[in-house]
Design a protein around this ligand. Structure first.
Ligand code: 4NP
Length: 159
């Protein structure tokens, strides 16, 4: 059975597509692609159908990471399909938990902040880079590369 992971942010054009790209790149490098199903979604719908933000795509490309995802909004089915739903900040976590409740999910264990896997920061929030400068995109990628590496290690150990 494939492990199914959904990354969630607000617009699904910066942080969660970057997390998806980072994790896909990691499993490709480790020859684990056939063991995972990876996707991303947003709690907001403004950018549905759009490619990821060009600034994020360029910053990721410089690290050898392709971001190919097209923005979509999270759906009630996602709570049934995915084994792990990883949010980017406190607002995402609150909204995702509330959507899960409306979708009839009883256990919220599978929903958690991506940074709960990080060992480099105590913060549970990946800062939203959308209205900031170029540095913000690098910071997001630094946080996501480290936390996705820990996430993969955790899954490989715990299953
Ligand atoms: P994301 O960033 O949640 O990381 O995709 C944002 C993208 C767009 C907006 C906010 C955050 N927006 O307000 O349009």
């Amino acid at each position: 059975m494939k492990k199914k992971i959904l990354f969630v942010c607000l617009g699904n054009i910066c942080r969660s597509p970057a997390a998806e790209g980072v994790f896909l790149n990691l499993i490709k490098k480790n020859n684990l692609e056939d063991q995972f199903y990876i996707d991303s979604a947003g709690t907001g719908g403004w950018h549905v159908g759009h490619q990821a933000d060009e600034r994020m795509r360029i910053a990721a490309q410089k690290r050898g990471i392709n971001i190919e995802s097209i923005a979509r909004k999270i759906t009630p089915d996602d709570f049934r399909i995915f084994d792990l739903i990883l949010t980017m900040d406190n607002q995402n976590l609150l909204e995702t938990n509330s959507l899960a409740k409306n979708a009839g999910l009883h256990s919220f264990e599978k929903i958690r902040p991506i940074l709960s896997y990080s060992m480099s920061t105590k913060s549970l929030e990946v800062p939203d880079p959308y209205y900031g400068g170029e540095n913000g995109f690098e910071k997001v990628l630094d946080l996501l590369e480290e936390s996705c590496q820990r996430l993969l290690e955790t899954i490989c150990v715990q299953g």
